[in-house]
Ligand binder design. Structure first.
Ligand code: BG6
Length: 478
């Protein structure tokens, strides 16, 4: 569906995120016919480029990060016609008059702050001063949204001086992932699951976001953040909210975000023995974390696992195990809802213990799998085995269905349409920091260092113990 003509202004237009994600996403939406009319993309940054230079930059970015770019050459030149560039200083006045003259006031304008949070205030202030922050304008801000509760509050306050909450789109790109949205469809579009979705029937829930890559070229940022701030406070907590929240009355922004907020508010504080943090070691050939970030004494974690509890009527007594880390065995993200044993086995002890597990595979090989127990075929009596009822989306819906739009494509179009459902509200972000801050402060106070783990492993053994001591096991990362 085409959207109204818009101007999207990318501050930090020559940065890494613009190159890898924002510009290729816009191009794909253009190819899909969604950048109708005279919609434009305006890059703004300090780099000394003219329009032709920026168009070449955009073209290179698309060639590098859009796998289908070469098939869409005709589209590419037409798309580049829509692209312009302004040299601009976020902290000074250079370039702002030119930008103000360029943007059109009679259409939706989205200002994408693809810059560090230190510049959010300057940008918001100047958009206001130069008359660009009226009711039809929106701002998009990237994570990390602050580094703790105090800084997130400051950012919210600064943005609120010039923009209303309905104009602020805080991105967590996990919410734009097709399978994450599917989580809500599965929960609230079926009768089958919801009646069992509580502590009476669910033994525990596991959320794993495992990456095989290390910190790569982002060492400087990452070493100040760590897995807790980079992944847990946002992506994993958002997944936790979607899996645990009450059914919202409607699929609309505040109804959904109110329910997510209630989950975060109901989280118990985490005891020190319910958290494990790790740091990956050098492996033959691959550098260790400390080599990669060039900080030989760094105590930043590249892995974190938590046992969380939600103290509310639905979930009291059901633990949620969350883990995320870099340089693990595989890139594999999934949510597993592990149901309780059947109350009584009519087949006797020899039939063994069997459990239903509903697995939502976020990436790769996106799909949903339900483990069910059946009789093992054959004459040998009543022997039970577990088999997956597997719905790999690519198989169930045809190969084209595996061609999911990138999260940024969906999210940017939602900004233009004015739909905030998949964006974090200010109070949600603050509440998430209130839960993670004491964990991080605890590490600092106790001078606790992360536990080393082998690259290509499942993380430190202590993370395995976190479940073993409860008589449970993590699912294999593969
Ligand atoms: C980003 C983190 O938000 O998410 C990165 O900053 C991480 O450290 C990335 O690698 C993971 O995203 P995805 O979409 O590849 O799972």
């Amino acid at each position: 569906i085409p959207v109204e003509p818009f101007d999207l202004i990318v501050f930090g237009g020559t940065g890494d995120l613009a190159r890898r994600k924002i510009l290729p996403a816009l191009f794909r939406r253009y190819c899909a016919g969604q950048m109708g009319g005279s919609s434009r993309v305006i890059g703004a940054a300090r780099s000394d480029l003219d329009e032709a230079g920026y168009r070449a930059f955009v073209s290179d970015a698309i060639a590098e990060f859009d796998p289908d770019a070469t098939q869409n050459r005709d589209h590419l030149s037409a798309f580049l016609e829509r692209v312009s560039y302004v040299i601009l200083d976020a902290r000074g006045d250079a370039g702002w008059d030119k930008l103000a003259a360029l943007v059109q006031k009679d259409r939706v304008r989205a200002y994408y702050f693809s810059v560090g949070p230190g510049l959010f205030g300057d940008l918001a202030q100047r958009l206001h001063t130069y008359g660009m922050s009226d009711a039809d304008s929106r701002i998009v801000v990237e994570k990390p949204f602050g580094r703790d509760l105090a800084s997130a509050r400051d950012l919210n306050r600064v943005l609120a001086q010039h923009f209303e909450e309905r104009q602020i789109y805080r991105i967590d790109h996990y919410l734009g992932k097709e399978t994450v949205q599917n989580l809500m469809a599965v929960r609230f579009g079926n009768m089958l699951f919801e009646p069992l979705w509580n502590s009476q029937y669910v033994d525990h829930i596991q959320i794993t976001v495992a990456e095989s890559v290390g910190v790569g070229g982002r060492g400087e940022y990452y070493d100040r953040a760590g897995a807790m701030r980079d992944m847990m406070q946002n992506h994993l907590m958002q997944l936790l909210c979607l899996i645990a929240m009450e059914p919202p009355a409607k699929f609309d922004p505040d109804a959904v975000r109110d329910e997510k907020l209630k989950v975060i508010r109901a989280l118990d504080p985490v005891e020190p023995d319910c958290v494990v943090r790790g740091q990956y070691q050098a492996d033959d050939g691959a550098p260790g974390y400390r080599d990669e970030v060039e900080a030989p004494d760094s105590t930043t974690e590249s892995f974190v696992a938590i046992r969380a509890h939600i103290s509310n009527w639905r979930w009291a007594g059901t633990p949620f195990y969350l883990r995320t880390g870099k340089r693990l065995k595989a890139r594999a993200s999934e949510i597993a809802v592990v149901f309780k044993d059947a109350p009584h086995s009519i087949f006797g002890v020899q039939a063994g213990r069997h459990r239903n597990i509903l697995t939502i595979r976020l990436q790769p090989n996106e799909g949903i799998e339900l483990g069910v127990t059946i009789k093992e075929p054959g004459p040998g009596g009543m022997r039970l085995i577990d088999v997956p009822l597997d719905m790999t989306f690519a198989e169930a819906l045809g190969p084209d269905s595996a061609d999911f739009p990138d999260a940024y494509e969906r999210l940017i179009m939602d900004v233009i349409r004015g739909n905030q459902t998949l964006f974090m509200r200010g109070d949600e972000v603050e509440e998430a920091w209130s839960w993670t801050d004491p964990i991080i402060e605890g590490w600092e106070e106790r001078g606790e260092a992360p536990i080393p783990y082998a690259s290509g492993s499942a993380g430190p053994d202590d993370a395995l113990m976190l479940m073993h001591r409860d008589g449970r096991r993590w699912r294999e990362i593969r």
